[in-house]
Design a binder for this molecule. Structure first.
Ligand SMILES: O=C(O)[C@H](CS(=O)(=O)O)OP(=O)(O)O
Length: 255
C-alpha cells in the first residue's frame, strides 16, 4: 500500500526543528517533554490547576502574569532552576493540590513550552508524558493523522521523549488492532521510536527501571546533576494519571 492509501498514519518529529512547513495541517499533535514540562503540566492539572498558559520566554511569562497577578502562579526554569522572581520552578512535584488547585499557571521552560510554538498549524494539540501515555493513546485510537512532537533538550534529540513516542505508538497500534481497524502506516521516525521503546521494555522485563535509563538520557543527566533525581523518578512512571490535557489554539491555554 502507498502511504496515501492508509486510513491512519502515525509520525514522530524527533525534534521540533524536524517539522516541515505545513506538515502539521490536518494533524492531531501530541507534544512531549517527559523531563519535565509536559509531566509537570499533566500533574498540575491533575492536582486541580484551572488552566496553563505556556510561554515561549521569561519576559512573555512575566507579561502574562501581570494581567492576572492574583489568580495565577508563574513557574518555569532556566538551566533547570527556578527563575528569579517566579513562584515555582519546573518540578512536577512542586505542583501539589495545595500549591496549584483553583489557580492558573503561567509556565515558561527551555524546551517544552517552546516546542508548543512549533505546533500552531496543527488541528489539535494534546499534551503527553509517560504519566498519561495510555490515556493519550485511547484519545487517538480513531484519529487518522497523528504526529508526536518530541521537544528534545537544548535543540538535541533526547531519548526519554523518543521512548514516550515509541510507547504511545505501540499503544495506539494495540488499541486499533483490538478495535479491528485497518492497518496503520508508521513513518520511519515512528518505527525507530517504537524499536527504541521495545528495547527498553525488554530491559525492564529483565529488572531494569525506566528511571535508570532516563538518568542517563540527555535531559536526565542535566536534572540529576542539579539535584532533581526525584523528578526523573516521578516522570518515569507509566500511566499514573488518565487526564489528557489539550492546548486550545485560540486562547493558547492548556486545560
Ligand atoms: O527543567 C527542565 O526540565 C528543562 C530544562 S533542562 O534541560 O533540565 O535544563 O526544561 P524543559 O522545557 O521541561 O525540558
Amino acid at each position: 500500500m502507498k502511504p496515501s492509501e492508509f486510513a491512519h498514519i502515525v509520525d514522530v518529529a524527533l525534534l521540533p526543528s524536524a517539522i516541515k512547513a505545513d506538515q502539521l495541517a490536518g494533524q492531531t499533535v501530541v507534544v512531549v517533554d517527559v523531563l519535565r514540562a509536559t509531566t509537570t503540566i499533566v500533574n498540575a492539572l491533575h492536582n486541580g490547576c484551572q488552566q496553563i498558559f505556556p510561554q515561549p520566554g521569561i519576559e512573555e511569562a512575566r507579561d502574562c502574569h501581570a494581567k492576572m497577578p492574583d489568580t495565577s502562579v508563574i513557574g518555569g526554569e532556566r538551566n533547570g532552576k527556578i527563575v528569579d522572581g517566579f513562584h515555582q520552578g519546573n518540578s512536577p512535584l512542586e505542583y501539589t493540590a495545595e500549591a496549584i488547585s483553583g489557580k492558573s499557571l503561567i509556565l515558561a521552560t527551555t524546551n517544552g513550552t517552546v516546542a508548543m510554538e512549533s505546533c500552531r498549524a496543527a488541528d489539535r494539540v494534546l499534551i503527553g508524558a509517560m504519566i498519561n501515555v495510555s490515556a493519550v493513546a485511547k484519545e487517538l485510537t480513531s484519529v487518522p493523522r497523528v504526529t508526536v512532537v518530541c521537544s528534545g533538550t537544548d535543540r538535541l534529540i533526547t531519548s526519554e521523549d523518543v521512548i514516550f513516542a515509541g510507547l504511545l505508538t505501540e499503544r495506539i497500534l494495540e488499541l486499533r488492532e483490538q478495535a479491528g481497524a485497518e492497518p496503520t502506516k508508521l513513518t520511519d521516525p515512528a518505527t525507530i521510536a517504537m524499536h527504541h521503546w521495545r528495547t527498553r521494555k525488554a530491559e525492564m522485563d529483565s529488572g531494569m527501571e525506566l528511571a535508570d535509563f532516563f538518568r542517563n538520557c540527555r535531559g536526565g543527566i542535566n536534572l540529576v546533576r542539579i539535584g532533581h533525581d526525584a523528578d526523573v523518578q516521578f516522570a518515569s512512571q507509566i500511566d499514573l494519571h488518565d487526564r489528557v490535557p489539550e492546548l486550545d489554539l485560540k486562547s493558547w491555554s492548556i486545560a
